[in-house]
Structure formats: C-alpha cells, structure tokens
Design a protein around this ligand. Structure first.
Ligand SMILES: *Cc1c(COP(=O)(O)O)cnc(C)c1O
Length: 236
C-alpha cells in the first residue's frame, strides 16, 4: 500500500469514528449523516482510494475540476457541487453534479432546471447567509447566500421547477467564532423551512473544523475535505 493510501485510509477511519461518536453523543444514528468528501484540488488517484474504501459521495467547488474528475470515476458515484455558481457554468455543472449545495439565485434554479435532462432530477440546498440581517452587510452579501428572513419566499419560488428537489438549507459557519450558536440558528432556520416544505428536511452544515458541532445540531450532510485529504495548497 502506498504512503498516500495509508494516510488517507487512516484519516478516513478517524473521521468515521468521530462521526459515529458525535452522532451517538447527540442521540442520533451515524446512518442519518451523509459524508460528502470534498475532493477539490486533490487528484483522481485520491478519489480512487476513497472509492475503494467505500465512499461514494464526493464534492467539488469548481466545474473545471468536477467535469474532469467525474467521468474518470464509476457511475455509482454521487457528485455534489458546493462552490459559487457561475451562470455560464450551470449546464456543465448539471451534467455531472446530482446535488447542488450553494443555490442562492432563482435565475440559477431556472437554468439548472432547464439543463437537467428529461426524466432526471437534481437536488438542491439553499445556501443561507446568517450574517445577512435586515440591514444587510455589503461584505456578507458578497459571500453569497439567502438572508434567513427570505428563505421561505425563496423556497416558494422554486416550486415551479418540477425536476428540482429541494433538500433543505446549507450553511458555512464563519471562521474564528464558536460554531455552536451559529449551527443552532441554522437548525432553527432548517426547521422553519421544513414546516412549510416537509420534504426539505436535510441540513448541509459542517466542515472539517466544526463537523461534530454540526452533527450535534442536526446536520444530515457534512462536507469534509482537509480532515481526510490533508491541508490544501491554497488556490486563486
Ligand atoms: C472547501 C469546502 C468544504 C471542505 O472544507 P474542509 O475545511 O477542507 O473540510 C466544505 N464546504 C465548502 C462550501 C467548501 O468550499
């Protein structure tokens, strides 16, 4: 076994154990939690190692990467997209990603719907931006996401797209703060959405630095990169 394989499998085993413990500690079952391994910047050879170890859900942030990696992997991989959506990339993103976590624009939803092949569906999370309040901060607005007060209206505007399935809310905790109060707010938002849209019962929150706190507050999808694959070389 290569050093790289050993390293990835060791990290994966630790992460699986941490998910299991976090679930049990909050009276949940680990089976309720979908691990999406965020493979951005990492090579196909790493994804193959994870596939061999049984992982089937992978996430990418850029169409340029996802559109190259996805055809190299077996068809039973479920690809996720959690990056910023660029309008001119939607057709391509939809060609490989089944679940998009970062929707915050109705025009994008329309394009996703139009690009989805006949007889298929795509799954969506609405990205929430909890830093957006009544007096919306310019800085926060640039990071994308829908203000909590607009989530229900936004979700209502998606119901016309019959081939799009709304899964729930997605959020990214701000760096350098205690994530637990943040995740509590996200959970409450998720419950509000679910009250109106019963099928939108999933919650995509939690990354390498905070997934245990996310699991304690209802996350059903956690998006983990560096805890499994190691620190990324910064891009951009
Ligand atoms: C990169 C990324 C992740 C994974 O981050 P890690 O800290 O490496 O686990 C999860 N979600 C989003 C939206 C990301 O951009």
């Amino acid at each position: 076994m290569s050093t790289r394989s050993r390293q990835i499998l060791e990290n994966l085993a630790q992460v699986r154990e941490r998910i299991q413990n976090a679930a049990v500690n909050s009276g949940r079952s680990a089976a309720e939690i979908t691990l999406v391994v965020v493979t951005k910047t990492y090579p196909i050879s790493d994804i193959e190692i994870l596939y061999e170890a049984g992982e089937r859900q992978f996430g990418e942030n850029r169409d340029q990467e996802g559109s190259v990696k996805s055809p190299a992997m077996p068809k039973d991989v479920h690809w996720h997209f959690q990056g910023q959506i660029q309008s001119n990339k939607i057709r391509s993103i939809v060609s490989w990603a089944r679940t998009i976590h970062s929707l915050d624009n109705v025009l994008h939803a329309r394009k996703i719907s139009q690009a989805t092949p006949e007889g298929q569906t795509r799954q969506l999370f609405i990205q929430a931006n909890l830093e957006l309040t009544g007096a919306e901060s310019e800085v926060a607005a640039h990071r994308g996401g829908i203000a909590p007060s607009s989530i229900i209206d936004f979700a209502s505007s998606l119901t016309e797209f019959k081939n799009l399935e709304l899964l729930g809310v997605m959020a990214v905790a701000p760096l350098g703060v205690n994530p637990s109060p943040f995740f509590e707010q996200v959970f409450s938002l998720s419950r509000q959405l679910q009250a109106q849209f019963p099928r939108a019962k999933y919650l995509s929150s939690g990354m390498s630095g905070d997934f245990e706190a996310a699991i304690a507050t209802g996350a059903t999808h956690i998006r983990l990169g560096s805890s499994i694959l190691g620190a990324r070389t910064p891009v951009i």
